[in-house]
Design a protein around this ligand. Structure first.
Ligand SMILES: NC(=O)c1ccc[n+]([C@@H]2O[C@H](COP(=O)([O-])OP(=O)(O)OC[C@H]3O[C@@H](n4cnc5c(N)ncnc54)[C@H](OP(=O)(O)O)[C@@H]3O)[C@@H](O)[C@H]2O)c1
Length: 311
């Protein structure tokens, strides 16, 4: 299949591209910079230059492809409304372009805010509608296109898609720990985060492209819920730092923007996804990754060199 991938140079996107190429798909990746374009070209991926705000480029990329996987996100944590607006506009543009084609449209989403007091399941619809909601209500907007002949599939990634080289939430929490000299956890540390290793997440993306029905909400979740205290303790071990509770009043001040997420209960299950697609996560757990040094500076480069040397 000929697949247009936005965010093809990102943490999840770059591994997704590798997975798609290995499965025999052809890929065009959206790239906004020379560096991202070069990285994609080095893999033999066709490049469409463009920014998320360049909707004409996104439409043209979607128009030319047999499927779209939308993984780009501005991740402007100082201005989440800006990221959400761009996300919604891109989803609208892709949906409008694919309407009536029956083509697959997979888009990234998350599990935050789906449920209170219990793990989120695939049956829990997103409560977020409209441009002012988190992620611009993009999951529901994309799913509305099912009725307009688009094979929309939501990829709900666990809040940490972890591994060596990750620069996402766990890297941000580890950075705060190193800066403050203490690995903190929110309150009593019993709130939980779901997790998935990147290798498992991108296998699910490829399976979703091949087999998921229109309207599916897939949970890229290998571990249902890891207490944040366990995460902080593993970060403490990894960096030789003391571990301490951060009182709820101090969470924002201590953690900054990542405190909003680290203080949330972000547990989720993936029973339905596993049954639907025969997906069986096999990668290391988050704590195994942290204990193996995956979040220590230089680990990704070291691992790359080891792999290149065939050791
Ligand atoms: N990683 C996780 O743990 C996680 C968890 C839940 C949900 N998600 C979601 O999954 C998706 C992929 O996440 P990720 O971790 O792979 O993100 P990432 O590593 O930050 O990559 C973001 C991608 O978006 C591109 N991008 C950013 N701003 C852009 C713009 N203005 N125009 C065009 N492209 C732009 C980046 O291009 P450059 O390479 O040029 O910067 C990069 O390819 C996102 O929607 C994210 O919110 C991720």
């Amino acid at each position: 299949m000929y697949v247009f991938v936005t965010g093809a140079s990102g943490w999840i996107g770059s591994a997704t591209v590798d997975e798609l190429l290995a499965a025999g798909h052809e890929v065009t990746g959206l790239a906004r910079s020379d560096a991202s374009a070069a990285a994609l070209q080095a893999k033999g991926v066709r490049v469409r230059r463009g920014d998320l705000d360049d909707l004409a480029s996104i439409r043209a990329g979607a128009e030319a492809a047999e499927a779209v996987i939308h993984l780009a996100n501005k991740h402007d944590w100082s201005n989440p409304a800006n990221s959400a607006a761009a996300e919604r506009a891109a989803v609208q543009a892709i949906g409008d372009t694919l309407a009536g084609t029956s083509r697959p449209f997979l888009l990234a989403s998350g599990v935050a805010g789906l449920t209170q007091g219990r793990p989120a399941t695939e049956d829990d619809p997103s409560p977020f509608y409209g441009p002012d909601s988190p992620r611009g209500g993009s999951e529901n907007l994309a799913l509305e296109f099912v009725d307009r002949g688009v094979q929309t599939v939501s990829l709900r990634f666990a809040p940490t898609v972890h591994g060596s080289g990750d620069h996402g939430f766990i890297a941000a929490i580890a950075a705060v720990a190193r800066e403050k000299g203490v690995s903190g956890y929110p309150g009593d540390g019993t709130n939980q985060w779901a997790a998935v290793h990147r290798s498992d997440a991108v296998r699910l993306v490829a399976l979703g492209l091949a087999k998921a029905p229109a309207g599916a909400r897939l949970h890229a979740v290998a571990e249902e819920g890891i207490p944040t205290r366990d995460i902080a303790e593993a970060i403490g071990r990894a960096f030789g730092l003391p571990v301490a509770s951060i009182t709820p009043d101090d969470i924002q001040g201590h953690f900054g923007w990542i405190g909003t997420f680290f203080g949330m209960d972000l547990a989720a299950t993936s029973t339905a996804t596993r049954e639907l697609l025969g997906w069986a996560p096999a990668g290391p757990t988050l704590i195994e990754d942290l204990d193996a040094g995956a979040y220590r500076p230089g680990h990704a480069e070291w691992l790359g060199a080891v792999r290149q040397a065939g050791v």
